[in-house]
Design a binder for this molecule. Structure first.
Ligand SMILES: [Fe+2]
Length: 433
């Protein structure tokens, strides 16, 4: 699909194509999951599913979740209520194709007619693809792109166990092809789960580093959806609510993982951000983060967290009024304080850096190598150009400059030295765009 969009973009002009896509996206009917929220929501969902009378549910999850005993209350509820189900616990990070194929085989062999995803983003995305592929008798590769399945997937229900991806509310599934090392995106409005249970009890054992990274992924979804060109009044409300909730509750969820109220608010904020970006899309931060994930395996949320402040700083004046609103919603100005837009915008960018410091996110990326930066920047700009309604188009030179600032300190010094040696006298050391 990316290639198709690139080709079309060349033929008719990218700005016009993106405007047209924005018109469609703003009006596209996108279903929303019915939400069950609060401690015990996952078992209440299980009780409801038993009453729905499905022939057999495929419960899609991962082995760690099963080992930790997180799934047990739900399966006990299903069993007690007489619901037939099959557990498929083979999902691994980034949902690789062979695992999806095994899931499709299990779904068909067990005679299932509905799916329950119980896990993080990879689990929910895998369940979406298993359902769509099984319904259409197609290999997942044949479903890559938009609306490639003729038949609707079977009913899908979701129980997220992290607060970040928002996949319980989105139209897309991202899986990976271990042969090509490419991420494959499958999008269809019928992939949105029918119901989702946001149960904070399932999140109290999450390691602090995962709480931090997934929380910053949710913040990036909200911020990019709010700053991009495809926002609507509804996505703006969802994004602003998510930002306010994340600023209020992420530090506490990080400091005290057992705080159920903070966990619940973070789960809800993640879903709100998902509702915002599934229509308004993401932007340059995600475009760069995807390249870092592909090349180094950098966790998605961590890459977003490290990139968010530098990208916002680079956007500068173009997004100042919106950054000022984000600052107000994040509680960075007292109601009686007279603060100008520029100062509010500055406070918001600074607050992202401060949030990172508070929750243990590094300022630089240890795995980033200077020699990879040109290719990373080129791929990131191509992805953003083809897919995202960014508020400011980023040049590869600007992206390279930004990535240079994220090199480990020693590597940055060496790269700067090389650049000085290579440039004629009087030339700028680092391009800014
Ligand atoms: Fe994300």
């Amino acid at each position: 699909m990316a290639n198709l969009i690139s080709d079309m973009a060349r033929a008719v002009g990218l700005p016009r194509l993106k405007r047209a896509a924005g018109v469609v996206t703003r009006r596209l009917p996108i279903p929303q999951p019915l939400l069950m929220v609060g401690p015990g929501a996952s078992t209440r969902l299980a009780q409801a599913l038993a009453d729905f009378g499905h022939r057999r549910l495929l419960v899609v999850t991962d082995a760690v979740i099963v080992k930790l005993g997180l799934l047990q209350p739900l399966t006990e509820t299903l069993t007690a209520a007489g619901a037939a189900f099959e557990v498929f616990d083979a999902i691994t990070a980034d949902a690789p194709l062979p695992v999806i194929e095994a899931g499709i085989a299990r779904y068909e062999a067990a005679g299932c007619d509905a799916l329950l995803a119980f896990g993080g983003g990879s689990v929910m995305d895998a369940a979406k693809v298993i359902g769509l592929a099984a319904a259409n008798g197609k290999h997942p590769r044949a479903l890559v792109g938009y609306f490639k399945g003729l038949r609707a997937p079977p009913p899908l229900y979701a129980v997220p166990t992290t607060a970040g991806t928002g996949s319980e509310a989105t139209v897309a599934a991202v899986i990976s092809d271990p042969e090509t090392h490419h991420k494959l995106v499958i999008a269809d409005t019928r992939l949105v789960p029918r119901m989702a249970a946001l149960d904070p009890c399932l999140m109290t054992g999450l390691p602090a580093a995962i709480t931090a990274a997934t929380g910053m992924d949710a913040l990036t979804h909200a911020v990019e959806a709010y700053l991009g060109d495809w926002g609507t009044p509804y996505t703006d409300r969802m994004a602003l609510a998510a930002v306010a909730m994340i600023y209020r509750h992420l530090p506490q969820a990080f400091a005290d993982g057992g705080d159920l109220a903070a966990r619940e608010q973070m789960a809800l904020a993640s879903t709100y951000a998902g509702l915002a970006f599934t229509r308004a899309n993401v932007g340059n931060v995600h475009a760069i983060a995807h390249q870092l994930g592909g090349r180094y395996g950098t966790p998605h949320g961590l890459a977003n967290a490290v990139l968010l402040a530098p990208v916002l700083h680079w956007c500068g004046h173009a997004v100042q009024p919106r950054l000022a609103t984000l600052a107000q919603r994040a509680g960075l100005a007292r109601p009686d304080e007279a603060v100008g837009e520029a100062e509010l915008a500055r406070r918001f960018v600074a607050s992202v850096e401060q949030m990172n410091q508070r929750i243990g996110i590094p300022g630089r990326l240890a795995e980033l190598r200077a020699e990879d930066i040109p290719a990373l920047a080129e791929a990131a700009c191509a992805e953003a150009d083809a897919n995202y309604p960014v508020p400011v188009v980023m040049s590869t030179a600007a992206c390279e400059s930004l990535l240079l600032g994220l090199l480990p300190a020693e590597a940055e010094a060496t790269a700067a030295k090389r650049a000085r040696a290579a440039k004629p006298k009087g030339a700028a050391t680092r391009p800014r765009g």
